[in-house]
Design a protein around this ligand. Structure first.
Ligand code: NAD
Length: 245
C-alpha cells in the first residue's frame, strides 16, 4: 500500500518537484497539497505523513498539528531558530519526525566524508565551509552548510554559535585555529553547491557536492516519508533513513 503524503509549500520550487516525483513513484500517493492560505489542519485526516518544504516560521505550528493527530512529519524547511528547533524536538517525543537540512543521498555521503576527513586530518588543518545557491534563496547560510559546520565542530570540540566565523570583512586579524569559516554565495539558478575546505601549510583537501536538480531532494524526502510511518516517535535525520549511523 502506498504512503499517503500531504505536501506543504506545494506551490514553491521544492513543492513542485515533490508533486512531479510523487506521480512517478508508486510507493507514495498525494493526499493533499497546501500552501499559504490553505487550512492544513482540515486536510490532515487523509494522510499518513506531512512533508514540509515551506518557511521556517510555519514549521512549529505544523509540528503541533502532526503531534496532536499522530502523523509522521518530514521537515525539509531550513532556517529555524533555536526556539523552533527545540519545539520540533519536543513534538518528536510524540511522533516520528525526520528533520534534515538536505535529503540527497550525495550530501548525506558528504556529511559522512566530512566527519571522517576531520577525524583523519586532525587539528592542524583550517576548516572553511563554502556554499552557493540561487538568487531567490531566503535563509543564510544554508541548512546544509550549517550541518557541515556542526559536524566539524563536533569532531574538533568546537561550538557552532561561538566558533563559526560568518564571512570576513575589515581588520579581522589573523585566522585562529579555533574558527570555522562560513561563506554564502548567492546568484543565478544554482540548486545547491557545498564545499568543505581542509587547509594546512603545504596541502589542502576539498570535499564538494553539487546538486543540479531538486528531484534529488524530493525523492529523498519521499523515501523518508515512507520510512517514517513505520518508526517509533523520535527525532531522526536522513542518515537514519539511509542507515548510515
Ligand atoms: P520557495 O520559496 O520556492 O517555496 C516555498 C513555498 O512555501 C512557497 O510556495 C510559499 O508560498 C510557501 N509557504 C511559505 N510560508 C508558508 C506557510 N506558512 N504555510 C504554507 N506554505 C507556505 O522555496 P523552496 O526553494 O521550495 O524551498 C523551501 C524550503 O525548503 C526552504 O527553507 C529551503 O531552504 C528548503 N530546502 C530544503 C532542502 C532539503 O533537502 N532539506 C532542499 C531544498 C530546499
Amino acid at each position: 500500500m502506498s504512503t499517503r503524503v500531504l505536501i506543504n509549500g506545494s506551490r514553491g520550487r521544492m513543492g513542485q518537484a515533490l508533486l512531479s516525483c510523487i506521480e512517478a513513484d508508486p510507493s507514495v500517493s498525494l493526499a493533499a497539497a497546501t500552501d499559504v492560505g490553505d487550512d492544513l489542519q482540515s486536510m490532515l485526516g487523509g494522510c499518513d505523513a506531512v512533508v514540509d518544504f515551506s518557511h521556517a516560521t510555519s514549521t512549529a505550528g505544523i509540528a503541533d498539528m502532526c503531534a496532536i493527530t499522530g502523523k509522521a512529519l518530514i521537515i525539509g524547511t531550513t532556517g529555524h531558530d533555536d526556539e523552533a528547533r527545540g519545539h520540533i524536538a519536543a513534538c518528536a517525543k510524540t511522533i516520528p519526525i525526520v528533520f534534515a537540512p538536505n535529503f540527497s543521498v550525495g550530501v548525506n555521503t558528504l556529511f559522512w566524508l566530512t566527519r571522517k576527513a576531520a577525524e583523519i586530518l586532525g587539528p592542524d588543518f583550517d576548516l572553511e565551509v563554502i556554499e552557493m545557491h540561487h538568487r531567490l534563496k531566503k535563509d543564510s547560510p544554508s541548512g546544509t552548510a550549517r550541518r557541515l559546520a556542526e559536524i566539524l565542530a563536533e569532531v574538533r570540540d568546537l561550538d557552532y554559535a561561538r566558533d563559526v566565523m560568518h564571512g570576513r570583512e575589515g581588520m579581522v586579524g589573523e585566522r585562529t585555529a579555533r574558527e570555522i569559516g562560513m561563506h554564502a554565495i548567492r546568484g543565478g539558478d544554482v540548486v545547491g553547491d557545498h564545499t568543505v575546505v581542509f587547509a594546512n601549510v603545504g596541502e589542502r583537501v576539498e570535499l564538494t557536492h553539487k546538486a543540479s536538480s531538486r528531484d534529488t531532494f524530493a525523492k529523498g524526502a519521499l523515501r523518508a516519508a515512507c520510512w517514517a510511518t513505520c518508526q517509533r516517535p523520535g527525532l531522526y535525520d536522513m542518515q537514519d533513513v539511509l542507515g548510515l549511523k
